[in-house]
Design a protein around this ligand. Structure first.
Ligand code: UN1
Length: 458
């Protein structure tokens, strides 16, 4: 298998072979051994080790950034800030190692002790996408390790080289066998779900659904973070210039390849000046080589992804949509797609229901906030939504009625805070939330413990 640079497809970044199911099983066994000693270490020592891992990643920040740009085409500024996010995640979970690990509960009889205590689960199988090649592996690996687990990571084939560098950096300071990589595709992933003690997945809804079924069959905990079809509602009282630039960046940044990207812009009647501002903001985005520091929109990941994006725009035209920005194929080698806005579609159109994962967004109109919220909620995904307004009542109304896992006012749908719970509803998310302290519930199992004084009678 190979990963190639999406801006220069003739440049091969990594060549590797798919890890066989037998090797995956042996790797998980080795990780299981390492896990027992890791969980038995004094907590302050595990905390120090994770802090050292943060320093290793920090020292390699430049290399990770360059490799990310080359391998997955993420624009320089975004890639550099993703690496910083990764360092902060490791530091945060180094601290979390020393958090309380349970609750002391009232004595049932005035004499006995009763408490609950969390333990590590064992070997975490982590299956990660190519679009956040540093932050997503780290927001799964760091809590898994902090709470005493071992990890076996199956990165997306398109991000194999950067995952290998990240793995090397962690392995330098962690005990042997505790963090291991199994490069490969679907066969390797399925073998990992078959052998790990719990599985955390981020990727497409279709792959996620099959992992959820496979995990349920084995009765292991599974968490799946999948697609999005995220809406931003713009009310006439919003700061329209700021809304336009935030929405343009959130829909088109990194070529729209984020599950949190804005895919539908719902403009409430009276905000018509907003449309011009949005078109202008989208046209102003720099589409270019992701290695340049001013680039906002780089290529999409593969030729197939480019064809899918152009096909979705064409389908939008057939469904009655008008292309009001972009829509033209790009000449040249890299897999570039022009940032594209399609207006005039029905909320049931393909572009308004499915995840395209490209710099393409639909612009819809609504009579009022009620209708906008109904349209925003009318998809099977439920990851993030946002509302732009300066009216407190409208903001509060939106917060209580939008059904996504994250709801934001005057803030873009993309970009997450690593110390806050993250995850969606419906086809966007299955199982427990990720990130922040929410991760403790997934990466540990709780025991309820009682000690009664000897000789006590019932
Ligand atoms: C972000 O918006 O900063 O795969 C993170 C994704 C999401 C992560 C988004 N799981 O796009």
């Amino acid at each position: 298998m190979q990963s190639v640079s999406p801006q220069r497809p003739s440049e091969v970044i990594a060549t590797f072979s798919e890890t066989s199911p037998e090797t995956v099983a042996a790797t998980v066994e080795a990780a299981r051994l390492a896990q027992r000693s890791w969980a038995a270490l004094p907590a302050p020592e595990r905390a120090r080790t994770l802090a050292r891992a943060a320093s290793e990643v920090e020292a390699a920040a430049r290399d990770l950034t360059e490799l990310g740009i080359a391998e997955v085409g993420k624009p320089r500024l975004e890639m550099a800030s993703e690496v910083q996010r990764g360092i902060a995640i490791l530091q945060y979970y180094a601290g979390a190692v020393l958090d309380p690990e349970g609750d002391a509960l009232p004595s049932p009889d005035g004499k006995s002790l009763l408490w609950s205590r969390r333990h590590a689960q064992g070997v975490a199988g982590l299956i990660t996408p190519w679009n956040f090649p540093v932050a997503i592996p780290l927001w799964k690996m760091a809590p898994a390790l902090a709470y005493g687990n071992a990890v076996v990571l199956k990165p997306a084939p398109a991000a194999t080289a950067i995952a290998q560098l990240l793995g090397d950096l962690l392995q330098r300071c962690l005990p042997p066998g505790l963090v291991q990589l199994v490069p490969g595709g679907a066969v390797t992933g399925a073998a990992l779900v078959e052998t790990a003690d719990l599985v955390s997945f981020t990727g497409s809804s279709s792959v996620g659904a099959s992992i959820v079924r496979q995990g349920a069959e084995r009765q292991i905990p599974v968490q799946a973070e999948m697609g999005g079809q995220n809406a931003s509602i713009v009310l006439p009282d919003a700061d329209l210039a700021s809304a336009a630039s935030l929405i343009a960046a959130s829909a088109m940044g990194y070529a729209g390849q984020k599950c949190t990207a804005t895919s539908r812009v719902i403009v409430v009647e009276g905000a018509s000046r907003f449309l011009e501002a949005l078109v202008e903001a989208v046209r102003g985005l720099r589409v270019s080589d992701p290695g340049e520091s001013l680039t906002t929109v780089g290529p999409v990941i593969t030729e197939a992804a480019r064809e899918r994006a152009l096909g979705a725009v064409e389908l939008g035209r057939q469904e009655g949509g008008r292309v009001i920005a972009g829509g033209q194929p790009f000449a040249g080698d890299g897999y570039f797609v022009e940032p594209t806005l399609v207006a005039g579609l029905e909320p049931s159109a393909h572009l308004c229901q499915e995840e395209v994962f490209a710099p393409v967004a639909a612009v819809l109109t609504a009579r009022d906030l009620d209708e906008a919220i109904e349209v925003a909620n009318g998809v099977r995904f439920g990851l993030v939504s946002s509302v732009y307004t300066s009216n407190l009542d409208a903001a509060m109304d939106s917060l209580s009625r939008l059904q996504t896992g994250l709801v934001r006012v005057n803030a873009p749908t993309s970009g997450v805070d690593f110390y806050a719970p993250f995850g969606g509803t419906g086809a966007s998310g299955y199982g427990m939330k990720e990130q922040g302290k929410a991760a403790a519930a997934f990466y540990t199992k709780s025991q309820t413990l009682t000690i009664a004084p000897s000789g006590s009678s019932s």
